[in-house]
Ligand binder design. Structure first.
Ligand code: ZN
Length: 352
């Protein structure tokens, strides 16, 4: 691929803009292809176009009409000086996979995923399916982190349901030990994604959190405020019951810019509290963005990587988190997912 070739991210942006000028099925086809270019194609379209005997129609969502469109983009890539902020700073899947392919030791050091959901709240797969998917990906551990009661839309768990889930996980651990490939060294962790109020407090009885292996805290309300939210974040990262601030900015690709804060202050407060900030790999989140990871690296804040998968088919979202950490130059030892599980649990226990 030549240096001048348009990347999938570039193609996606051109297609998204073309969609805005169309109506009906062409608009939908362009929008679908734009999303596929970012989050589904595992190869750069430019590489497919240049390869002998291959066609752009091999790419998901690309028929002959779109293939023609993409060929013209590749032949003469339009300039994109004014990339809208709402779509800025996101990796395509092809970029994420390329970053991982270039850093195999880093990828191998990351032992497992610290955010995912199940049918217990708003996930679409069972606990068993998620664990089987994690084992298939070769993880040494993963944490189940369903939502807490304050997030009604996600059917968040009460303290009582959390306790029952804990019992189910304990039962399931002994079953996994008998699975092929499930026994040796794999650990299933029980966590939660706890709702944080705007004053930084959590919505669960701290006693019910004490039994958990990891506690993520996340803001899910008042996400479109334009005023500076530094105070909210500092209070959130100082909350002694959490280990990780999940999807910190709450941005969504094409949908929400995310909250504003003096991030250096927020990350310094997280470092001070001994807590981690998450790199959430959900493609439309990619939160923290790389530019904020750079700011966090200036402090002593730790990082936690999570797919935030809501289905077993979303476990690969983790790759965006790993790739962002690689591209931002995060030293592996700053990422709690690279630690031996006993060290990881020692850290979460020390957080109270
Ligand atoms: Zn969340």
């Amino acid at each position: 691929m030549s240096d001048a070739a348009a990347t999938n991210a570039h193609i996606a942006e051109v297609l998204a803009r073309a969609a805005e000028a169309e109506e009906g099925h062409r608009r939908r086809a362009l929008e679908r292809a734009a999303r596929a270019a970012m989050f589904v194609w595992v190869e750069e379209a430019a590489d497919v176009a240049e390869a002998a005997g291959r066609s752009l129609t091999e790419l998901t969502g690309v028929g002959p009409w779109l293939a023609g469109n993409i060929e013209s983009i590749l032949a003469d890539p339009p300039g994109l000086e004014d990339l809208p902020e709402i779509r800025r700073g996101f990796l395509s899947l092809a970029e994420a996979r390329a970053a991982m392919a270039a850093a195999p030791e880093f990828v191998a050091a990351v032992g497992g995923d610290l955010q995912m959901h199940t049918l217990e709240t708003d996930g679409k797969s069972t606990l068993e399916e998620m664990v089987a998917g994690c084992l298939a990906r070769g993880y040494r551990f993963n944490a189940i982190t369903d939502h807490s009661k304050g997030l009604k839309i996600a059917h968040g768990m009460s303290e009582e349901r959390l306790l029952m889930q804990g019992e189910e996980i304990r039962r399931f651990r002994s079953e996994i030990a008998g699975w092929d490939g499930g026994g040796a060294g794999y650990r299933l962790l029980h966590g939660i994604e706890m709702n944080l109020e705007t004053d930084g407090s959590g919505d669960m009885d701290p006693d019910s959190l004490a039994q958990l292996d990891v506690v993520l805290g996340a803001f899910h309300s008042a996400l479109r405020l334009e005023e500076d939210q530094t105070d909210r974040y500092v209070a959130g990262v100082r909350n002694p019951t959490i280990d990780v601030l999940a999807h910190p900015t709450t941005r969504r690709f094409g949908g929400r810019l995310g909250l504003r804060a003096e991030w250096a202050t927020v990350f310094a407060a997280a470092a001070d509290a001994g807590h981690a900030v998450e790199i959430d790999g959900t493609p439309a989140r990619q939160d923290l963005p790389i530019e904020l990871i750079h700011i966090a690296l200036e402090t002593d804040a730790l990082f936690s990587l999570g797919s935030d998968a809501h289905h077993v088919n979303e476990l690969h979202f983790f790759d965006y988190a790993v790739a962002a950490a690689i591209l931002a130059g995060v030293p592996p030892e700053r990422i709690v997912n690279t630690w031996p599980v006993d060290d990881l649990l020692g850290w979460t226990r020390s957080n109270g």
